[in-house]
Design a protein around this ligand. Structure first.
Ligand SMILES: [Ca+2]
Ligand SMILES: [Ca+2]
Ligand SMILES: [Ca+2]
Length: 206
């Protein structure tokens, strides 16, 4: 006796999956019926896009030139605060900067970025403000016993904190306005009055 097996309803897994995927695709455009899988996909895509945006922003920031100028402060062989050339070795005296002579290998000591509006664009450590603040001198000319400011404020103890005249100088009130508190000892007993009290000719000995 032939028994007829009841026909089973075929189940096409592939078509079912395809059908569900299409439903999910439709759901992705409708938030109200969005499936959990759809949410995960959407969040994942957003995170990837955010990561790309952050990477681009970081690359742009790193590619930008630093706005902080590189320090050129250095100390010269005779202990003046100076200007460091691009070679990171040569240290110029302040008075060698913006003096119309190229002293650094690449001429960076005469660059218009620092020399175009003196002394405004010069680093502050290269200049000294005189008693009259509209006047200025290069800082290495302070306390050199020469009247560079014109009012001797660059040689005064009170304004410039200068030490006493050194051993190669004779302390007196000079006749010549180029000196302030002393004269070079080489001018003692030279037959010319250099001190108002004549001490350079009668007291000082070379
Ligand atoms: Ca120069
Ligand atoms: Ca001086
Ligand atoms: Ca003299």
């Amino acid at each position: 006796m032939n028994r007829t097996q009841p026909k089973r309803r075929s189940f096409d897994a592939g078509s079912t999956v395809t059908m569900l995927s299409n439903q999910e695709k439709d759901c992705c455009s409708k938030w109200s019926c969005c499936t959990r899988r759809c949410v995960f996909i959407t969040v994942g895509v957003l995170l990837v896009l955010l990561g790309i945006a952050l990477a681009i922003a970081l690359a742009v920031v790193l590619a930008l030139p630093s706005k902080t100028p590189e320090s050129r402060l250095c100390v010269t062989s005779n202990n003046y605060t100076g200007f460091l050339c691009d070679d990171r070795i040569t240290c110029l005296l302040p008075s060698q900067v913006c003096n119309s002579a190229s002293d650094c290998g690449n001429g960076e000591d005469e660059a218009s970025s620092i020399c175009s509006n003196l002394p405004k664009n010069l680093p502050g450590y290269l200049i000294f403000r005189c008693g009259n603040p509209t006047n200025w001198i290069y800082s290495n000319l302070k306390c050199n016993n020469i009247n560079n400011c014109g009012d001797c404020s660059d040689e005064s103890q009170s304004h410039a904190s200068c030490p006493a005249c050194g051993s190669q100088w004779w302390t007196c009130t000079p006749v010549l306005s180029q000196y302030c508190n002393c004269i070079p000892i080489s001018r003692c007993q030279n037959g010319v009055q250099d001190c108002t009290d004549w001490s350079d000719e009668y007291v000082c000995h070379k």
